[in-house]
Write a protein that binds this ligand. Structure first.
Ligand SMILES: C[S@@+](CC[C@H](N)C(=O)[O-])C[C@H]1O[C@@H](n2cnc3c(N)ncnc32)[C@H](O)[C@@H]1O
Length: 298
């Protein structure tokens, strides 16, 4: 980890980044996984925490199988812990990574070694003369401003290169429900129109990713909520003054936490109402379109 001058870990300043760092720490210890994506829950895979790793491997398989023939070099934008980048390197691709989080960068470095260059910055702040055959966004597209991601992708692509996005977007619903994250799908499509990218593949994988939300909701109900109840009951009796003070100071965030994460509102079913998780492939320029059953139009 990059130490600050007083030898403390470099501090993240965005709550998104903090959330991802914490998720990566917990996921590795509790579920023995390095991936930070939702995974792909095919019908034959029971929705259980013990299968999370398998679901995530299936997702990685999907990414690898979508990479166009002829691709040699990949820029993995928002590499997380570098687990997918490692997988791509093992498959023979030459991979560089973009990682704005000091904690995740350290994990990624351990995974990809010195063969991959890690750009320690946001994608929108990247400065490099390097060009790639594929720009990959695996559940990272949502964090990058829409008006920058496609423009920059085209800039960093070789002629004939491709952009692969696997991420969720917001549906056109009156409210955002209990979920944050994701660009509006309609804004994304509008942005695409002004790009020189040709859509080759647009596959809706929402039903195959949504079970991840059921898993997390189940864990919240069965682990987080009872732990919180026990802790609060203990503190109320043991430290009544401090309990009253802190719960009144943090009344709003505590209520927000309960509304958002407890009570099962963040379910897979609701995810499918508010979000659209898509596997998207684009070619730089105006090459011929890939016809076939995978080409889905809404
Ligand atoms: C949900 S994780 C996905 C990690 C990994 N790609 C995967 O599939 O497991 C999101 C990643 O996006 C990165 N990220 C967030 N904002 C970013 C930005 N502006 N530019 C590049 N990466 C960003 C985070 O640091 C994190 O690595």
């Amino acid at each position: 980890m990059n130490p600050t001058p007083n030898n403390q870990p470099a501090v993240v300043t965005s709550s998104h980044e903090l959330g991802l760092d914490l998720a990566a720490i917990a996921a590795r210890y509790l579920f023995e996984t390095d991936h930070l994506h939702y995974g792909l829950w095919t019908e034959d895979l029971p929705v259980h925490m013990k299968n999370l790793h398998k679901a995530q491997e299936q997702y990685s398989d999907l990414i690898v199988s979508t990479i166009p023939d002829g691709t040699k070099t990949i820029l993995d934008v928002g590499t997380g812990t570098g687990a997918l980048a490692r997988r791509l390197m093992d498959a023979g691709y030459s991979v560089d990574c973009v990682s704005p989080s000091p904690y995740l960068t350290e994990r990624a470095r351990a995974n990809v070694g010195t063969d991959a260059q890690i750009f320690e910055c946001k994608f929108e702040d990247l400065v490099t003369d390097k060009r790639y055959d594929l720009i990959l966004f695996s559940e990272s597209f949502q964090y990058i401003p829409l008006n920058r991601s496609l423009v920059l992708s085209q800039e960093y692509l070789n002629t004939g290169g491709h952009v692969l996005i696997c991420d969720y977007f917001r549906n056109d619903t009156p409210d955002k429900g209990p979920f944050g994250g994701g660009h509006h799908l309609k804004d994304f499509r509008k942005e695409l129109e002004s790009s020189a990218l040709t859509p080759l593949l647009d596959r809706d994988i929402t039903p195959l990713t949504a079970p991840n939300l059921d898993l997390v909701a189940d864990m919240n109900d069965k682990v987080v909520a009872p732990m919180k109840a026990q802790l609060f009951a203990f503190a109320r009796v043991k430290y009544p003054f401090w309990f009253k003070l802190t719960t009144s100071i943090f009344k709003k965030p505590l209520a927000h936490f309960d509304t958002k994460y407890m009570g099962g509102k963040r379910s897979g079913k609701n995810f499918q109402v508010y979000k659209s998780y898509r596997l998207l492939l684009f070619a730089k320029g105006t090459q011929g379109k890939l016809a076939g059953p995978e080409m889905v139009a809404d």
